[in-house]
Structure formats: C-alpha cells, structure tokens
Design a protein around this ligand. Structure first.
Ligand code: ADP
Ligand code: MG
Length: 542
C-alpha cells in the first residue's frame, strides 16, 4: 500500500464505530479532501470484531476470519451492549443468540467473558471491547498518515441515549483518543452528502434531506435542512438502536435451524460452532438475495456429520423479515411528523448503511415517498466516517473555506426529565416531568421550578430519566442525586430550580438549586469513571 508522499495531514480523524463494520477517515490537506483509510489488509471497512485465540488478542479482520473455529471467544455486536444494563430485555435477547458469554458486573453492567481463560478477571466491559476496535482504527490511521493520532470525532446512532453516548466517549478515552466530538451517524452522512453536492455548486438552494441509515445493528432516520450557506440543521431524528442486518440474519438462522430439525430431527441450536457456521452462510445468502432472486444456503457437515442445504428465495427472505421492514417505515413517518415536514417537501432521500442494499427496503422507501428516486451518490459504507473526518478537520481549525463555513445544528433524540420528591407539579409517584423535549436543538439549557412537597422538607431526591413514556418506569433511568440543605418551611414555600444542560456531544449535565439560599448540586449524568476503567484495563492486559 503506498502512502501519499509528503502529504501534510491532520492528526484528527473521523471514526464510524459500527455494530458490524467500522471505518476511519481523515482530511488530507494536500488533496484538500477526505480519504478513507484502509486497514492492514487494504480494506476500507473493518469488522467490529475482537477475539481471544488462547494466546493473542485479535481485532478486526483477523478476529472475524477465525469466527467459525472459535465462536465462544469471538466478540461481535458489542455496540448493542454499550451503555445498556445486563437485565434489559433486549440485552437478554441478544445474549441468548450470541455464542460468547455475558455476565452481570458492577453497577448492573453487562460484562463479556473470554471463556477458556482460567483467570477470573478476564471479563471486559463493552467500553473496553469497543476501545480495542477504536485503537485498531487509530493505529491503522497512524500507519497510513505516518504520524501520531490523538484527536477524533466518533459517530453514534442518532437515537443513542445519554448513557450510550457516554459509554462511547469512555471507549474513546480508553483507546487513548481525545474525543473532540460525538456526532450522530445520519448527520455525519448528511455532511458527506452536502459536500458531495458542493463539488459543482455549493447547494443552489435550501434543501430538506431525509437520511435513512440501516446497518447491521442500528437503524436511524433523520430529517435535516441544508442551507445555501452550509448550515446543516437536524430537524428530527428517530429510529431503533436494535434493528438491522443482524436481526435479518438471526431470523434466517432460526428458520434454517427449524428446517434442519424438521428434516433430520437434530437440534443444532445448542452447538455454538454449528450455529456460527449457519449464521455465516445465512448472511452470505442475504447479501446474494440483494442481487438475485434465489440462492441456496449450504453448510457441509453442519451437525453430527449431516449436511445442510436449503434453497432460499428473495420472497421468503422478505416474508421472514417483513415485520422489521414495516417497523422501518413507521419510524420514517414518525420522524417526518416530528420535523413537521410533509413527505412531498423532502428534496432528497439519502440511503446509507449496508442493509439499504436490500431491494425490499429500497422499494418500500420509494413507495413511501411516492416514487421518488433514492440518492445513492454517496458511498453507503464510507459516508458516515467521511462526515466525521470533515467535522474533525473543522474542529482542528481548517483552512478550507467550505469546511470552515460548515455549521451543524443537532437535536436531542429522546426527551429528558425527572421524577422528584416535590410537589407543585402534581407529580405522581411514577410521573415523568419533561425538562427538555425530544428533538430540541442542542446545545441547550433549560430549567424548571419545583416546590417542596411537605412541611419542613429539607432534602429533595431527583431521579433523571430519558424516554417518551409518561411513566418513568418505562423510560431509561440515567442517574439520581439528592439536594439537601433546604431551609425548613411550610410545604410549597421553598422553590428548587432544576437545570438541564446538554452539550454539543449530546451529553447531559443536571443541577438543582435551592432558590432562597443558592445552595446547588450538579451532576454530570452517567459519566463513568474513565480513569478507573483505564487502570482496570491496563491491569487485565498486562
Ligand atoms: P453498521 O454500521 O451497523 O456496522 P453497516 O452499515 O456496515 O453496519 O452494514 C452492515 C450490515 O449490512 C450487515 O448486517 C451486512 O450483512 C449488511 N449488508 C452488507 N451488504 C449487504 C447486501 N448486499 N445486502 C444485504 N445486506 C447487506
Ligand atoms: Mg453504520
């Protein structure tokens, strides 16, 4: 692989940390454009895989290549665990389908265990595993750029919660990266799209752009407005952090395992190696079905010496996953409703992510937008990293005018609010009092006044939640803290100001203040102790 000679390159990179594939890019000053950085094998996307082969830690292609031989110690889909709790229903569902082991750690965190290791401390948090992938990409960039890389912009699904964002930031810090900014994946793709259009003329008019991003693990939609001057403002986001190609593969595997059982009366589901071989075959068949209408799934000696062979039609594949596809269109509708924009007012529909190659997905989108042509001019696999590299360049003080002029206005994907032990807002035990509604432009600071509930109440418990349900129990619990030192007074006489502030990364800080005395408590919500994590990881790897 030849390195661009004498290129004056920035050390800030853009990273698309995907569920299935990751990608890294940087702005090359010499060429005045972004380049996607190839990995050691020369490929521009790297599997988000980490494995332990008994002696070595493998990351990326080398990890993925040995997955069928070493299924219990090859980790994938780890992004689905980021910032989530072990007991979340969806986490539990994922764990059932994975060949590797996940246990419950401190603070209800899921911990991933490398199985055939006798050391009991060889279990890793999702942040630690993700940091290994980030480090691998950082090193690929350093090798290609010929200099050290310290700063990065990392992308996250638009629909990631505060906790998931915080976990991503922590993973970056563990990889030795200064995370300059987290940016939503569809927003990043919109930058790539905006710059692509600017090649001839810098956006002749304001445009409403709908980005549909469907990858392996997550599904994101976003409605953005791109102005003539280069301002990209997000109007609304939506999606599902648990919907993508992995789910389609899983449905196919379930179907094939049932077929095998019906035919030869053997249950493959308990055999991790057989299931992994079946998954690899199903994923390949799924890809084939994007360009052909029929294929076959073949696995020699799948289980106890019996071969598996099954024809699979595109129609069958679509039927198996029909409910997922329908869900996607519901998210599209909701996002447009939130943005208050009619589908006829959408100028361009941009598709990114590997799963948008599925003909049924494209067809449903075209039908929804009444026959509109989908915009495929940007690379579905690279656009997200591309946009992140542009932002990284901007944040490092670019000399390029187009990059300089770029302004981003993002929104918060989920409503943020509290439950508090105070009155005045008629808060029932379970009621969520929203402080910042979803799709509010960020950065933002909002406050809300509450009053004491009881006579002589001296403290107030504040629980912070994120989500759309009126009942806090159905939302994501983020954190809690207590404000004390409230002067004893009759109920309703002391006011407490609760202030929420979201920074440009979409990360929340909450404070509460007794108005009469000025006493204040602040909390950076869900911020994990990164230094402690770094220390732990060093210990484990040594
Ligand atoms: P992520 O961002 O979640 O890592 P990607 O955007 O890289 O995901 O997309 C990966 C997903 O796209 C995988 O599930 C893969 O099977 C799927 N995929 C890639 N190419 C095709 C194709 N031609 N047809 C259908 N699915 C595809
Ligand atoms: Mg992606």
């Amino acid at each position: 692989m030849s390195k661009p000679r004498g290129a004056e390159t920035t050390t800030a990179i853009g990273i698309d940390l995907g569920t299935t594939y990751s990608c890294v890019a940087a702005w090359f000053h010499e060429h005045n454009r972004v380049e996607i950085i190839p990995n050691e094998q020369g490929n521009k996307i790297t599997p988000s895989c980490v494995a332990w082969d008994g002696t070595r830690l493998l990351v990326g292609e080398s990890a993925k290549n040995q997955i069928t031989r070493n299924p219990n110690n090859t980790l994938f889909d780890v992004k689905r665990l980021m910032g989530n709790r072990f007991r979340d229903i969806r986490v539990q569902e994922d764990i059932k389908s994975w060949p590797f082991k996940v246990t419950e750690g401190n603070e209800r965190k899921p911990m991933i265990v490398f199985e055939h290791d006798s050391h009991e401390n060889r279990s890793y948090s999702p942040e630690e595993i993700s940091s290994m992938i980030l480090k691998n990409l950082k090193e690929a960039a350093e090798a290609y750029l010929g200099k050290k890389v310290t700063d990065a912009v990392i992308t996250v699904p638009a629909y990631f919660s505060d906790k998931q964002r915080q976990a991503t930031k922590d993973a970056g810090a563990l990889a030795g990266l200064n995370v300059m900014r987290l940016i939503s994946e569809p927003t990043s793709a919109a930058i790539a799209y905006g710059l692509d259009k600017s090649a001839d003329l810098y956006c002749p008019k304001d445009k409403n752009v709908f980005v549909f991003d469907m990858g392996g693990g997550t599904f994101d939609v976003s409605l953005l407005n791109i102005s003539k001057a280069g301002t990209i403002s997000v109007k609304a986001v939506g999606g599902d952090t648990h919907l993508g190609g992995e789910d389609f593969d899983r449905e196919m595997v379930k179907y094939c395992a049932q077929e095998f059982k019906d035919k030869v009366n053997k249950d493959v589901s308990e055999n991790a190696r057989a299931m992994m071989r079946l998954k690899v075959a199903c994923e390949k068949a799924k890809r084939d079905l994007s360009s052909t209408t029929e294929t076959s799934i073949e696995v020699d000696s799948l289980f106890e010496g019996t071969d598996f062979s099954k024809k699979m039609s595109r129609a069958r594949f679509e039927k198996l996953n029909g409910r997922f596809f329908e869900k996607c269109i519901e998210h599209v509708e909701n996002c447009l409703r939130d943005a208050n924009i009619h589908k006829n007012d959408v100028d361009d529909v941009v598709i990114v992510g590997g799963s948008t190659r599925i003909p049924k997905v494209q067809q449903m989108l075209i039908e929804f937008f009444d026959g509109k042509r989908l915009c495929k001019s940007i690379n579905a696999d690279e656009a997200v990293a591309y946009g992140a590299a542009v932002l990284a360049e901007k944040l490092s003080g670019s000399r390029n005018v187009v990059v300089q002029n770029l302004v981003l206005e993002d929104v918060t994907p989920l409503s943020l609010g509290i439950w508090a032990s105070v009155g005045g807002m008629s808060l029932d035990v379970q009621d969520m009092s929203v402080v910042i509604p979803r799709n509010t432009p960020i950065p933002v600071t909002r406050d809300h006044m509450y009053v004491t509930n009881h006579d002589n109440q001296t403290c107030m418990k504040i629980k912070v939640y994120q989500g759309e349900s009126k009942k806090t129990e159905n939302n994501i619990f983020l954190d809690k803290f207590t404000l004390d030192g409230i002067p004893p007074s009759p109920a309703g006489k002391q006011a407490i100001k609760v202030c929420f502030s979201i920074d440009a990364n979409g990360i929340l800080n909450v404070s509460a203040q007794v108005v009469s005395t000025g006493k204040k408590r602040s909390k950076a919500i869900a911020s994990a102790a990164v230094n402690r994590l770094i220390h732990l990881m060093k210990k484990k790897l040594s």
